[in-house]
Design a protein around this ligand. Structure first.
Ligand SMILES: Cc1cc2nc3c(=O)[nH]c(=O)nc-3n(C[C@H](O)[C@H](O)[C@H](O)COP(=O)(O)O)c2cc1C
Length: 225
């Protein structure tokens, strides 16, 4: 058994909606937020979030990305409604959510409740960020691979943290794949741009706070598995 300090498992982070410039506090309290106040986010802040994303590393520093910010209500509504409708029509997903919500496992119950909230709330998000792989050549030119993701998901996490720092709530999702046709049409995405996530963002109507994660004893090894 590895000797890992229990102090590293949690950090005393405040619950609430305040911005923070403390990186540790941001990392330890950046919860998935799926409820937003009915209040628009100044473009200046959305741009700041994307600029933080653009500081992430990428293969050969080629920065194979374009980030589309969506802050026009009709477009957000079109994407959100398409999501709600399609998820509503999917018997498999509805069954998964129903089973999950009555599961014995509290974490699974919370995740499934959260997933349902996301599908229902998306149309109300004040803005969306859609990171797209574009002109990808390093470390691969196949946008469907894990290696392709490695050149853009660091930017995504930078954006989630930057949003948290600014007191903005986000949830990282890959649910874009279910509405990719609508995204492409609404956002005029060229064929060679590949959306990799759909990130709603806004002033939170839920609190930031401690996240539940596996303890170091389960996930950390020194020198040998
Ligand atoms: C790859 C990926 C896909 C996700 N897809 C969804 C999604 O479709 N819907 C949703 O509500 N949340 C989605 N999430 C958010 C996760 O459920 C959330 O980050 C996780 O439960 C941890 O939540 P917490 O940070 O509040 O503890 C996704 C997260 C990741 C990293």
């Amino acid at each position: 058994m590895n000797d890992i300090s229990p102090d590293l498992t949690t950090m005393d982070v405040p619950h609430g909606r305040e911005p923070t410039n403390d990186l540790w506090e941001a990392m330890f309290s950046q919860r998935a937020i799926r409820y937003w106040q009915d209040r628009s986010v100044p473009r200046e802040l959305l741009e700041k979030v994307v600029m933080a994303g653009s500081k992430a590393p990428s293969g050969s520093n080629l920065q194979p990305w374009v980030f589309v910010i969506v802050d026009e209500r009709p477009k957000i509504h079109a994407v959100g409604e398409a999501m709600r409708q399609r998820i509503g029509e999917s018997e498999g997903i509805q069954q998964l959510i129903a089973e999950g919500k009555s599961s014995e496992d509290k974490s699974w119950r919370l995740i499934m409740r959260g997933a349902e909230a996301f599908f229902n709330q998306l149309a109300k998000a004040p803005a969306l960020i859609v990171p797209c792989l574009y002109q990808l050549t390093s470390p691969t030119n196949d946008p469907t691979t894990l290696h392709a993701g490695s050149s853009i998901y660091l930017a995504v996490q930078n954006m989630l943290l930057a949003a948290r720092a600014l007191g903005l709530g986000t949830v990282m999702t890959t649910a874009h794949s279910g509405v990719e046709d609508v995204l492409r049409a609404e956002l005029n995405l060229p064929d060679d741009a590949h959306p990799v996530a759909l990130i709603p963002i806004g002033y939170p109507d839920a609190n930031f706070g401690e996240t539940r994660r596996k303890p170091p004893s389960e996930i950390l090894r020194f020198n040998s598995w």
